[in-house]
Design a protein around this ligand. Sequence first.
Ligand SMILES: Nc1nc2c(ncn2[C@@H]2O[C@H](COP(=O)(O)OP(=O)(O)OP(=O)(O)O)[C@@H](O)[C@H]2O)c(=O)[nH]1
Ligand SMILES: [Mg+2]
Length: 211
Amino acid sequence: MAESVRYLKSAVVPGDFPQTALPEIAVAGRSNAGKSSFINAWTGSKIALVSQTPGKTRLLNFFNVANKYLMVDTPGYGFASRSGDEVRTWHKMIENYFLYRKNLKGLVLVMDVRREWSKDEELLKEFCLNQDIVVYLVLTKVDKISRNEQQKFLKEKQRDSGLAYVRLCSALKKIGIEEIEEEIFDLCLKEFVPKTLAQREKIDKKERGKK
Ligand SMILES: Nc1nc2c(ncn2[C@@H]2O[C@H](COP(=O)(O)OP(=O)(O)OP(=O)(O)O)[C@@H](O)[C@H]2O)c(=O)[nH]1
Ligand SMILES: [Mg+2]
């Protein structure tokens, strides 16, 4: 469990993204998939907004986790009642983020375990893999189905996504969260997290100077 997590800022364009040397992971997925809930379970907080209404998260929300890395909550795609303009704005924002964010080391793709792998997930996956960003698939809300179904959906998603890392979890019941946290940390963040105290202090000082 993360020691401390704090909200840094919300942003849309690269010029507004927080400037930091810390590595970053982004959490993306379909609207209402459970992204914000997953971030809260991961960080042991209620920092990311969760709502019954799809489309709650509209901007890229940056969080600092224990001064070790940043986590970014991204707005979901596939929200049917969004207007054409909103969809275009979303596309531009996501494209700018995934193309230009140098800090980004891993994508956590969150899906409701019961949903099918679609071309939206495929696009995000391809986009990231082409830039050597690790893609980690989290199938959430497993508390809603039986163990047999969980295994069935897991196999299906492993097959359809072709991804090496596909894991089951429930943000609600805190199932699988710690294992996922450890695995993602080892895969995406460990080698980039400052190792010495001096390095940590340098980064902290830089961040303080920006406020
Ligand atoms: N049963 C169950 N419900 C969950 C779980 N995770 C999220 N939910 C519910 O699913 C709904 C959407 O969760 P959010 O975390 O807001 O989803 P999101 O992907 O951030 O949604 P947007 O920001 O709108 O794209 C909320 O009603 C949550 O309470 C889970 O593990 N189990
Ligand atoms: Mg959200």
